[in-house]
Design a protein around this ligand. Structure first.
Ligand SMILES: Cc1ncc(COP(=O)(O)O)c(C=O)c1O
Length: 285
């Protein structure tokens, strides 16, 4: 039985109830996070909560939640759901109003929700054993505020479905100029001649916490060169390696893009080095 957190209370997930007038339900008016944890140890707790508070600031949700309060919620969810490999989902919506009206209402209490779900064990940095991902590509047709981790995910859901319905694990997205943005639920990278490149942080992509930690770890603990710059889809097509990253996948090697092999079609050596460094240092954050 999954134990959830809702507005100050831990309770069985199937007993958790919110109003249909909740603006999260009516408008997707909310912010969320997913924090991975392994045997009760959270990865990137501080940066995840910073991003959540920043997102709530962007959409003007007023709250009194602190890092300490979130830690208590996360620890409660881990203790009550058997630790192991868990994704901790945290969600704040603007709250339940009495009418359906677009303007932000005054005096509504945010709805605070959390639950835990099982995630796969983290990848082992061994290119002979690693899962190679296959991805589709499509034009990024989401909104122009992709830096906000909004619960309004229909654009991402439709892009994910595009790849999923043809048997792919993810969908890489590109803008009208043919530049890589990210994937429907991951950040994206290319590797050429040993140099990693990933699109810069702007309104076109989510500032992924795995991306933040990976780039920091690579810069602090290796001499592998990393560039944050525009990456074209031609570069994706000619890359030696392509990766995607997210909290639950960590760094994942892509071996096929639109049914064409990436490089030699195998998981590559730069991925192996990067994932090894990530595995060694991820609990520092
Ligand atoms: C659109 C999008 N980009 C990137 C990511 C990766 O972010 P993180 O590393 O914080 O999980 C996610 C994760 O959900 C996402 O939804």
């Amino acid at each position: 039985m999954t134990i959830a957190y809702l507005n100050g209370e831990f309770l069985p997930l199937e007993e958790a109830r919110i109003s249909p007038m909740d603006r999260g339900f009516l408008f997707g008016d909310g912010i969320y996070e997913v924090i991975p944890s392994y045997d009760g140890k959270l990865v990137g707790f501080g940066p995840h909560i910073d991003r959540m508070h920043q997102g709530m600031g962007f959409i003007d949700i007023k709250h009194e939640l602190t890092h300490e309060k979130w830690r208590e919620i996360c620890e409660g969810l881990m203790a009550k759901n058997g630790s192991g490999n868990l994704g901790i989902y945290l969600h704040v919506s603007r709250g339940a109003d009495v009418k359906r009206f677009h303007a932000y209402p005054e005096d509504v209490e945010p709805t605070v929700f959390g639950f835990a779900f099982e995630i796969a064990p983290p990848p082992v940095a061994d290119r002979n054993k690693a899962t190679g991902y296959k991805v589709a590509t499509t034009e990024d047709l989401r909104w122009q505020r992709c830096h906000i981790k909004s619960t309004a995910l229909l654009g991402n859901v439709m892009h994910f479905q595009h790849g999923f319905s043809s048997g792919q694990n993810e969908t890489l997205l590109y803008n009208a100029r043919g530049e890589l943005t990210e994937a429907s639920a991951c950040n994206a990278y290319v590797v050429k001649d040993g140099v990693i490149a990933t699109p810069p942080l702007d309104n076109q992509i989510l500032p992924g916490i795995t991306r933040l930690m990976l780039l920091d770890i690579l810069r602090k603990h290796s001499d592998i060169k990393v560039e944050e710059r525009v990456v074209t889809m031609d570069e994706v097509a000619n890359a030696d390696e392509v990766w995607i990253s997210s909290s639950s996948k960590e760094v994942a090697a892509v071996v096929e893009v639109d049914d064409r092999a990436v490089g030699d079609g195998k998981v590559g050596p730069v991925w192996e080095a990067a994932q090894a460094l990530y595995s060694a240092h991820k609990f520092d954050y």
